[in-house]
Design a protein around this ligand. Sequence first.
Ligand SMILES: Cc1cc2nc3c(=O)[nH]c(=O)nc-3n(C[C@H](O)[C@H](O)[C@H](O)COP(=O)(O)OP(=O)(O)OC[C@H]3O[C@@H](n4cnc5c(N)ncnc54)[C@H](O)[C@@H]3O)c2cc1C
Length: 421
Amino acid sequence: MRRRVTAAVVGGGPAGIATALSLGRAGADVVLAAPPHRTEGQAPDNRTAALFAGSIELLKNVGAWETIAPQSAPITGIRIIDDTGALLRAPEVVFTASEVGLDVFGWNVPNGALVSGLLAAAAQPGSRVALHATQGVATVTPGAETISLTTREGDEFDAALVAGADGRNSLCRTAAGIETRTWRYEQAAIATSFHHTRPHRSISTEFHRPAGPFTTVPLPGLRSSLVWVERPDEAQRLAALSEADFRAILEERLQGLLGTVGEIGPRAVFPLSGLTAKRFGLNRVALVGEAGHVIPPIGAQGLNLGFRDAATLADCVADALAQGRDPGGAATLDAYSARRKPDVSSRITTIDVLNRSLISDLVPVHLARGLGIVALKALGPLRRFAIREGLQPSRELPALLLPDGARLLAQRASPSHHSAA
Ligand SMILES: Cc1cc2nc3c(=O)[nH]c(=O)nc-3n(C[C@H](O)[C@H](O)[C@H](O)COP(=O)(O)OP(=O)(O)OC[C@H]3O[C@@H](n4cnc5c(N)ncnc54)[C@H](O)[C@@H]3O)c2cc1C
């Protein structure tokens, strides 16, 4: 079988499905080439993602939020506890959404629910997304007029644009000849969830410890998800403990904050590493999600960035279609790359500095952190700015991250909008 489409998305993680839906909303006909959602024998993704306002707007705009919301929990506060054992201990700080005029900072969404909800939206008539289940895309060949894909089963597609959402070892990125910068941290994160007896009151708590942060994030009811960053060998040791032993250490670390710890979900260990593509679009390939950038799970930035990729690519493709330009041509991809670069680089730098200062045992770093946290608490406007920037950068936001974004994007994709502008 050989088919021609405007855009092909490779990869069925949350960034890929969100991109397919976003491109469909921009007026492109899209094929999503991805492995089946639940492959037998594969461990389920037990991670959750704290998603901020823009990401939630995107989910609403592509018609996925209604099915995802009941399985997600709001986050209305962020508590930071200095657990470094430093001489100068920073006081506990609680940031609340209400102090910056928001109802919530965001929502904690289980990855499984997110992927199912996005796939259900893609299956809706009018999504313009055709789901093509494959064990994998085998070749990606950019050409002057089109880009061709073949799957392991031998199916072929020609497209104007490929969105490479095929994760950190992206085949699409290699095929486009896009170089990367990679780095490693001597840390790994244990991800799991657990029941507890005291309510979390919709507050996420970050214990800042020498080996890295230990963060609980609310889930519906008396449950929270946990991201626990440690030295790699310690993370492996903790993840392999019996449930009773793991529970005992978890309770000790939580210092009674959430009461008695009950049932604990499956534990998975993620080595921490970083990657950034040197550009985000080239040779008819646009990179989205972890194909373009991988950052440590600190400050809940990874997938929020991936959703901003999806929405920005939709803007760029809408502009191209409205102006009769090639949606996979150099002008479209240059515009996309230029819009994504400052956002991705600033997030990578912030998280890197934060992480390195957390794992440093130099007293001046502790001092600076102590003072930094105190300053943030004391200075009203600066603090509000820091909170807002953490949630969403103050740059031009793509249509799908705004309320009523589906209509705004459709307007952007219409030729009359551009001739009037
Ligand atoms: C412990 C932990 C906690 C996190 N918490 C947060 C958080 O709170 N907030 C947040 O925003 N982010 C968070 N993140 C980051 C977030 O989980 C990732 O950014 C996100 O899962 C990446 O999604 P993706 O779709 O880009 O990649 P993936 O989920 O890796 O998807 C890639 C997909 O591509 C497919 N694929 C690969 N090769 C091919 C091929 N050749 N053909 C077809 N398909 C292919 C794969 O099968 C896979 O389905 C966290 C990460 C970790 C590790």
